[in-house]
Design a binder for this molecule. Sequence first.
Ligand SMILES: *Cc1c(COP(=O)(O)O)cnc(C)c1O
Length: 236
Amino acid sequence: MSSIQQNIEHITSQIESAQQKCGRPRDSVQLLAVSKTKPNEAILEAAQAGQRAFGENYVQEGVEKVQHFNQHHADIDIEWHFIGPIQSNKTRHVAEHFAWVHTVDRAKTAQRLNDQRPEHMPAIQVLIQVNTSGEASKSGATDKEVFELAELISSLPNLTLRGLMSIPANVSDYQSQLSAFKQLAELKDKLAKQYPDIDTLSMGMSGDMDAAIEAGSTMVRIGTAIFGARDYSGKA
Ligand SMILES: *Cc1c(COP(=O)(O)O)cnc(C)c1O
């Protein structure tokens, strides 16, 4: 068995026990394998182990991988998620290659993704990235902006609003992790009253997955624990 396959089995059982511990049903949390900086061979190994949803952060790298798998592994039905920051001049590539986008935090991005989605493709599944308090990064919408954005996204025919995503500050203490995730879960519950398609909370990474699951995550984004540490030395 390859180590990637072993890691996926390990994470899957960790997800199961975290679900069990807080009384959530089996299979209520989906595993998104974050493959940024990792080669196609690593993605193929994970796919051969049964993994189907993959997350990419960088537009050019992500597009090359999508094209590679479309050309050489058309028999594997991979679901590609874009989870990185989106510059306006790159929206077309995202709209043309990805099934899901987790990082919509501005009206302009939503509008462009909608306008640039090719007609033959299904609607993009969209998550609004939220800047929960204490977050280090500048990206992410405020609570107030979330409601305005939700209204816009639901009016756009080529986008389907599925929920919220956040990347909380990197803290190791469980209670702090939990309270940041609970904020996002509450916001999602409020939003879901108005928008019935909302069913997704993308939160939790290798270091804070258990707290995210306790707070109600439905999709954990795991890179390091599946593919090993990343090497950024080749990146500009
Ligand atoms: C890199 C990344 C992840 C995965 O992080 P790990 O700590 O390697 O599990 C998850 N979400 C986003 C948005 C990322 O950029």
